[in-house]
Design a protein around this ligand. Structure first.
Ligand SMILES: *Cc1c(COP(=O)(O)O)cnc(C)c1O
Length: 403
């Protein structure tokens, strides 16, 4: 007999290490834009596995890639090349401005690799410089080093001692970045759109300024595109909006479409690791490579970055329409990474009311709502999302309160 939902939740309460407050729901099935829980309730998914399931839930290309590859080669060890790893690296370098790829499994690991590479460069080419400038409200992952790199106020006192070597400056402030650079600096690392920080878009001038600053000082520009990469913002990679090229870029989330996979990409002159400097049991893991290649090919073939741009505009247009009736503020976004603010810190309340109504959205900050649906989202899904959100806001802001 399968356990009932109540039994599963009771078991979760006893055997899952507590790390997060989760709703009393157990997810069981996914297809396209929808998820189903163990009671058969259906949810429209506007977080897309946390900006991960770019092709929606359970796309055929992932099932096919997994079944083919798992009967051919699951793991040969990181000490050998494998066919998928070589072909996937070639594909990624063909479609980006980068020449070299290192594969890992999570965003935090890819960023760790970027930091190690920048420090290696600093030790060899910048007289031992090892400090990296990051931004306030940034998010780079949950390893100890990435918690140090991340500019989250709430994390400052957690798990001390922090890893030294990260300097946090305000986002979109080129003067602050310039003032922070000194002889110890080896790199500047930023998200072109701060995702977890609440969907904050970098100004064009800021990105251009950072590139110029890095060139002048001979230091590296690292783009953390873990959330923005693979079509999310309306270009395959967010750096392509700005007419500049970073020296290092990290990818995760969308690149595996739900399979744990990440990559660190670098320019040829940064092919400087010595044997043993960097590695990992699962680097270039054939199943991950096969899935990643299938996902990226599908994103390219269906021009999902182009669709993300169009659907992102439609979401913004519909939200703007809603703002005539409800107090939505700062409606913003790039492609399918969109958000708005509310005048009150009721983000979690709205998220939970929407969940009851069968819609999954996210509140990255107490008064902000973020929408990051799969790149396959269609107008009908946006309309369905807006209907549910309007119903919920009707209850919270009755009588057209426009405060
Ligand atoms: C999610 C995220 C990470 C961390 O990725 P994990 O796979 O959870 O380690 C890092 N940087 C950005 C910008 C992210 O959005």
């Amino acid at each position: 007999m399968q356990k009932s939902t109540a039994e599963l939740l009771e078991q979760a309460g006893r055997s899952i290490l507590f790390t997060a407050i989760r709703p009393d729901i157990v997810m069981e099935k996914g297809q396209g834009m929808y998820l189903w829980d163990t009671d058969g309730k259906k949810y429209l998914d506007f977080i897309g596995g946390w900006a991960v399931n770019c092709l929606g839930h359970c796309p055929d290309v992932i099932a096919d890639a997994l079944s083919k590859q798992s009967s051919l080669l699951v793991n040969a060890s990181p000490s050998f090349y494998n066919r998928q790893m070589i072909e996937f690296a070639k594909l990624l370098t063909d479609i980006s401005c980068f020449d070299r790829v290192f594969f890992t499994s999570t965003g935090a690991e890819a960023n760790e690799g970027a930091v190690k590479l920048a420090r290696k460069y600093g030790s060899g080419s910048l007289g031992g410089a090892w400090e990296i400038i990051t931004t306030i409200n940034s998010f780079h992952g949950r390893t100890l080093a990435m918690m140090s790199a991340t500019g989250k106020k709430h994390w400052e006192d957690l798990f001390k001692p922090k890893l030294p070597g990260f300097v946090h400056v305000p986002f979109n402030d080129i003067d602050a970045a310039e003032a922070a650079v000194n002889e110890n600096t080896c790199a500047i690392m930023i998200e072109p759109v701060q995702g977890e920080g609440g969907v904050n878009l970098a100004d064009e001038k800021y990105i251009e300024g950072l590139r110029r600053l890095c060139d002048e000082k001979g230091i590296l520009l690292i783009f953390d595109e873990v959330q923005t990469g693979i079509g999310r913002t309306g270009e395959m990679f967010a750096y392509q909006h700005y007419g500049i090229e970073p020296d290092i870029m990290t990818l995760a989330k969308g690149i595996g479409g739900g399979f744990p996979l990440s990559a660190m990409l670098a320019k040829e002159r940064l092919n400087i690791f010595d044997p043993g400097d960097q590695g990992g049991t699962y680097t270039g893991q054939p199943l991950a490579m096969a899935v990643g290649m299938a996902v990226v090919r599908e994103v390219l073939e269906r021009d999902l970055p182009g669709r993300a741009a169009i659907m992102g505009e439609y979401i913004i247009e519909r939200l703007k329409g809603m703002s005539e009736k409800y107090p939505l503020r700062n409606i913003r976004g790039k492609g399918l990474l969109t958000a708005f603010d509310l005048p009150d810190p009721i983000g979690e309340k709205i998220v939970s009311a929407c969940l009851d109504e069968g819609l999954i959205i996210n509140s990255p900050r107490p008064s902000a709502i973020r929408l990051m649906p799969p790149l396959i989202v269609m107008k009908q899904h946006v309309d369905e999302m807006i209907d549910i959100l309007s119903r919920v806001l009707d209850r919270i802001y009755p009588g057209d309160r426009q405060s």
